[in-house]
Design a binder for this molecule. Structure first.
Ligand code: GUN
Length: 294
């Protein structure tokens, strides 16, 4: 039997619509227009596409979008000065610095400089630490999207055996913390893990975030398990053009899993939608309003 396909496009559109509804309400009731500043350094084509999408969807949700495009050779001090200006700007509630930064810039120092209250990427060590200690925090957008997708299949993740493959600060590590908050039993696997196939076969929920095309094979999936594929890998196609694939061998897994996210059209759609959620939440928290209903 073929797995249920988790349609990230529809779920993300629904989430964006709910954010837009809440934005309209806080504008009407409190005169608050949430604002998101996105900083792009250099001209990496993939990053330019992401930044354009973020700006378009921010405006479509009724929020203010501020874009800063800096030259690849921008000095660290100039970038830090921009962050300080945005930290002090009352119309900016969220700050996102597109990663990776060009060589020569210190990403961690830049992330550390972002006001934790405006850190909509959830990458500042204050937010990462708050998440890890179970305190309320702004949390990274892609892991947040993974949890929302998993919960469209399972109303509760409590007690499930979840295997996270990958331990990056952007996805794997925060995903582990969010799953723990949902009372899942979490195994963290990575490039040095022994018998990854055997570990995956125990999982009710497989979340793959390694950045290796089609590494997780269909035979690694427990029949009926839910598969969330975070990978977005460009590989050469049979027709000479490139195509996008995830970290999971989709066609194989589709026959065995109970539910699965496609690539594209799965997790990728959720990241920007969750960025809008975080910007709205940050704006409400900064203005000391009740947390929004999304
Ligand atoms: N580059 C790719 N994904 C992300 C993300 O979620 N946040 C930032 N800041 N940069 C990224």
């Amino acid at each position: 039997m073929s797995a249920k396909i988790i349609d990230g496009k529809i779920i993300a559109a629904d989430l964006r619509a709910r954010v837009a509804g809440e934005v309209a309400r806080v504008k009407r009731e409190h005169g608050l227009t949430p604002g998101l500043a996105v900083v792009l350094v250099g001209s990496d084509p993939a990053s330019e596409v992401y930044v354009r999408t973020k700006a378009k969807q921010t405006e479509a949700a009724g929020m203010a979008s501020f874009e800063y495009k800096l030259a690849a050779d921008t000095p660290q001090t100039d970038l830090l000065a921009l962050i300080a200006k945005l930290n002090a700007d009352a119309s900016v509630h969220g700050i996102l610095v597109q990663l990776p930064l060009p060589a020569g810039l210190d990403s961690q120092a830049v992330i550390n400089a972002i006001d934790p209250a405006k850190d909509v990427d959830g990458l500042n060590p204050i937010n990462a630490g708050r998440l890890a200690t179970g305190l309320p925090a702004l949390t990274p957008c892609t892991p947040l999207g993974c949890i929302i997708l998993a919960k469209t299949v399972h109303a509760s993740l409590e007690g499930m055996n979840a295997v996270v493959i990958g331990r990056s600060n952007l996805v794997g590590r925060p995903l582990v913390q969010l799953l723990l908050n949902e009372n899942a039993t979490v195994t963290i696997a990575h490039s040095r893990t022994r018998d990854l196939a055997g570990i995956c076969r125990q999982a009710d929920l497989v979340l793959a975030a390694v950045g290796r095309p089609e590494m997780v094979k269909g035979s690694w999936i427990k029949p009926g398990a839910t598969v969330i594929d975070v990978g977005i890998n460009r590989i050469p196609g049979a027709d000479g053009k490139s195509r996008l694939v995830g970290d999971v061998a989709y066609q194989e897994a589709l026959e065995i899993a109970g539910a699965i996210t496609p690539v594209p059209g799965g997790v990728g759609q959720m990241t920007v939608a969750c960025l809008l959620v975080n910007t709205l939440r940050a704006a409400c928290a900064i203005r000391r309003l009740q947390a929004p209903g999304v």
